[in-house]
Design a protein around this ligand. Structure first.
Ligand code: HEC
Length: 220
């Protein structure tokens, strides 16, 4: 009799055991957690609502009038002020490395249309997939184009060309323009006026090398 009883109890236990494995009922909570403040974030996640702000958003815009560390001052260029574009310029000058970086960015963002040879014949245009002829920077029409106008083209776009403001920050836009101007100067354009006379000495490397030498001397 006892044997039958225990078989029945074991049967019931197995039935309940299997029933608790019901996979149709997806569990979203981990049950007991070891470190709750790690499992459940106490900070507001970026894209969640937030009762502390009037607009209810956690992600905040930069405070008006401030500039994030490592970023440049705003350019104050006004969209549509085409006369303003033409006279807009910068005092900043670029090292050979900056110009090289400008070329790298140009090939990533602009070469597809303007061509890596800057002749307006990039693969998107030459394949017939993009109908509007991109500017040929080696052509007379663009050879002497003011840098401010180029900057406006990148920032606001021009007709069929979209804005590249979200892909390139202010410094990067000017590095790309410096690169275009450099290539233009070698192809009948104005003399290149945006470079520094010589590449700035890399003081960190020089200082490190100097330090290494002193260490070596001390060991002698
Ligand atoms: C999707 C193709 C496309 C890409 C990518 C593109 N452009 Fe253009 N761009 C054009 C076209 C088309 C024009 C001619 C617009 C017109 O005058 O109607 C143009 C014109 C220009 C002009 C002349 C603006 C003016 O005022 O006439 C500049 C400068 C320029 N592009 C720079 C750039 C730079 C720098 C990049 C990369 C950051 C770039 N473009 C990326 C298609 C493109």
């Amino acid at each position: 009799m006892n044997k039958i009883k225990s078989i029945v109890i074991a049967g019931i236990a197995v039935t309940f055991g299997l029933a608790s494995c019901d996979s149709g009922n997806l569990r979203r909570t981990p049950g007991h957690v070891y470190a709750p403040d790690m499992t459940y974030s106490r900070a507001y996640e970026s894209y969640t609502s937030n009762p502390n702000f009037e607009d209810g958003l956690t992600s905040r815009n930069p405070i008006a009038g401030t500039v994030a560390r490592g970023h440049q001052l705003p350019d104050h260029m006004v969209e549509g002020d085409t006369m303003g574009y033409k006279s807009y310029t910068i005092n900043e000058r670029f090292t050979a490395d900056d110009v090289k970086e400008g070329g790298r960015l140009f090939n990533i963002y602009c070469g597809i249309c303007h061509g890596t040879a800057l002749d307006g014949n990039g693969p998107l245009y030459s394949s017939g997939k993009f109908a509007a002829m991109p500017a040929n920077f080696k052509d007379g029409k663009y050879l002497h184009m003011p840098v401010g106008q180029m900057y406006a083209g990148i920032k606001f776009g021009k007709n069929m060309m979209g804005s590249y403001a979200s892909q390139l920050d202010i410094k990067q836009r000017w590095m790309v323009i410096a690169y275009i101007k450099k290539v233009q100067s070698e192809n009948g354009g104005d003399a290149f006026a945006y470079g520094v006379a010589e590449t700035k000495a890399d003081t960190t490397k020089a200082a490190a090398a100097d330090g290494d030498k002193k260490l070596a001397d001390n060991k002698k």
